[in-house]
Design a protein around this ligand. Structure first.
Ligand code: ADP
Length: 329
């Protein structure tokens, strides 16, 4: 059984983008593999944030993941900062991570552009990701398409470390993508992301979902009801691929290409399917929300479980890197 690791930032909102790109895959994978899923609060603090609400958002993200279907009996859910070995391995890996590659990462360049003063942590972000995955020697990393460049760098870091300190010690992790690996925001401009304010949240009510979907961008060439559209370049069709049956998808594509219906008809079917699929998650969300202590206990148990693996890796890595073992008390 391969080990799977993936993380998500405590951005405060699970949305259709990170759900279809990653989290729905996590829910499936927990039945097939040993899965570790992490709320990456240490990554979140590389961008401007509000300390007063970070803890709350971390708990909220964990609550959302459980509501989305992660089952603590089948997988491990924990908070990154609760396992200090992530930070330690991060430092040890900075000594082999190539600076030029770090500077070439698109996400780094995008995020750096939006900040007046760029913290070193932002550049270091993919090294911390490498530490997250390599700490557990995970082989599979289910992510959205935006993370592929970081995954490639992670493999490079593993290769360099192995070359220097231990051939074959760290496996080179492989990305696992979904068919909906890139969901655009409702504006149709950039990826759906909380920070861009172009999302549909996983736990939003039926009316809000419909109100947000109605004006959402579609194929820009389809100006009037009579123009045929191209589902291959329509973000609404991408979301249909996440929520509609294969027969519905075929019908939607046909009606779009032949101008057999309008974009609003297409969106109405999509809204109905989204609302039906999300209903059980909304219910679970309300239940977990009412019991934050239960969520905290799940996170505590999760961290305790993964720390056993993390400590073993760190001990081995320290030894292979030649660090003097501390004397016993
Ligand atoms: P966000 O981009 O909202 O801050 P994260 O960066 O924490 O979300 O990403 C969590 C996971 O969800 C990652 O694997 C990422 O690739 C995936 N993901 C996020 N947004 C999208 C999207 N719009 N389409 C597809 N996958 C996405």
């Amino acid at each position: 059984m391969a080990r799977v690791f993936s993380g998500i930032q405590p951005s405060g909102e699970l949305h259709l983008g990170n759900y279809l790109g990653a989290v729905r895959n996590w829910v499936r994978l927990q039945d097939q593999h040993e899965c570790l899923f992490c709320v990456v609060d240490l990554h979140a603090i590389t961008q401007p944030y509000e300390p007063a609400t970070l803890g709350e958002r971390t708990l909220e993200m964990a609550t959302g993941l459980l509501a989305a279907g992660l089952d603590p009996a089948k997988c491990t859910v924990f908070v990154q900062s609760h396992v200090p070995e992530h930070s330690e391995l991060n430092w040890l890996l900075t000594t082999v991570a190539p600076l030029g590659e770090l500077e070439r990462q698109t996400q780094y360049k995008d995020k750096a552009q939006r900040q007046e003063s760029v913290p070193a942590g932002l550049l270091n972000y993919p090294i911390l990701q490498a530490a997250d995955v390599l700490l557990y020697k995970a082989e599979l990393v289910p992510v959205g398409e935006d993370q592929l460049q970081h995954l490639e760098l992670m493999r490079e870091i593993a290769r360099r470390w192995n070359h220097r300190f231990g051939a074959g010690y760290f496996p080179e992790p492989q990305a696992l993508l979904t068919p909906t690996k890139r969901v655009l925001g409702l504006d149709g401009q950039a990826k759906m992301s909380k920070s861009l304010g172009n999302t549909i949240g996983l736990f939003e009510d039926a009316d809000t979902i419909w109100e947000k979907l109605k004006p959402a961008a579609t194929d820009p060439a389809r100006v009037t009801r009579k123009d045929p559209g191209n589902p291959d370049i329509c973000n609404i069709f991408t979301i249909h691929q996440g929520f509609s049956t294969p027969a519905q998808q075929a019908d939607v594509a046909h009606k779009c290409r032949t101008a057999g219906w309008g974009c609003l008809d297409c969106k109405r079917l999509l809204a109905d399917n989204i609302i039906a699929a999300l209903a059980p998650m909304r219910e679970r969300h309300a239940r977990y929300r009412a019991d934050p202590e239960r969520v905290r206990a799940i996170l505590r148990d999760g961290a305790a479980r993964v720390r056993v693996i993390a400590r073993k890796t760190i001990t081995e890595v320290r030894a292979r890197m030649g660090l003097l073992e501390a004397a016993e008390d």
